[in-house]
Ligand binder design. Sequence first.
Ligand SMILES: Cc1cc2nc3c(=O)[nH]c(=O)nc-3n(C[C@H](O)[C@H](O)[C@H](O)COP(=O)(O)OP(=O)(O)OC[C@H]3O[C@@H](n4cnc5c(N)ncnc54)[C@H](O)[C@@H]3O)c2cc1C
Length: 301
Amino acid sequence: MNFINNVIVKTVKILPKSVIYLFAKKYIAGKNLAKGVATTKELNAKGITATMDLLGESVTRKEDALGFVEQFLELLDTIEKERLDSNISTKPTQFGLDVDFDFCLEQYEKIIERAVKYNNFVRIDMEDSSTTDSIIKLYKTLYKKYPNNVGIVVQAYLHRTFDDVVDLNENPTDYRLCKGIYIEPKEIAFKEKDEVRDNFIKILDKMIEDNCYVGIATHDKPIVERAYKIIADKNLSKDKYEFQMLYGVTEKLRTQIVNDGHKMRVYVPFGEQWHFYAIRRLQETPALAWTMAKSFLPFTD
Ligand SMILES: Cc1cc2nc3c(=O)[nH]c(=O)nc-3n(C[C@H](O)[C@H](O)[C@H](O)COP(=O)(O)OP(=O)(O)OC[C@H]3O[C@@H](n4cnc5c(N)ncnc54)[C@H](O)[C@@H]3O)c2cc1C
């Protein structure tokens, strides 16, 4: 990230939440479950499936994690009751990964048990690199017990990911493959756009070769085009992959992919704890973040 982007990132972080929300709301379904349900229904009506996420992360107190577990159980009940076409996405630090691994594992078991009851599915999101080892360990432990109801995310910007995938592919894994959104040091992460793209495609190839299910999570047209070619060349059947996008991002490309006949899943985040998520989205689009900062700061025209 260059100097200007660094300044923008720092500026965005200090703006009042109310200002950030004005700009960030296009990426968030709303602040409560009802809004998440309404957005998911709209997507489903367009033939798009969803993965719903009640926002929250970096929990430091077990009682907060327990509160989130209750809300995720309610979310799974609601998906079933409302007949939504949606699974759920979860962040391990929301369930206390930073506090106690075994406690976090226990919370996941409660959630996945409920997902099993409804024949639903729990995606474990990948967080920053300080958590990669423990998230992989968490996933592997859960996979042994619930092989059909849990999947993991891997990040193409990390040098280690190809090897992680080779290791994980000992079992038929259900992946989401994305570039990765956290700001990682160059010692462990690719920084050049083309390097990340090439690694994304190399990993995607490996997943397909090893017969895994892949959620191709990107808004990057060159990657989508290269993925199309792989899908066509390998004559990949539709039950082996889907495309995934974030709510509010590149809707034109999303429609194009749906019209081309591919399955599309949209990540639908909602809830009171939208702040960290919104900051990360804005950091990804410095132009938007800068427009926002300029409109608020007194020293810019
Ligand atoms: C379904 C899904 C789940 C994800 N889960 C995780 C996860 O668990 N862990 C993780 O680290 N990362 C996750 N990510 C984020 C991902 O790692 C990337 O940071 C993000 O998708 C941007 O990368 P890109 O491949 O879209 O390429 P980019 O090159 O960043 O974006 C391509 C184009 O998309 C558009 N675009 C991208 N972002 C925005 C935006 N915010 N606003 C407007 N336009 C935008 C722009 O036109 C841009 O040129 C997820 C992404 C998706 C789609």
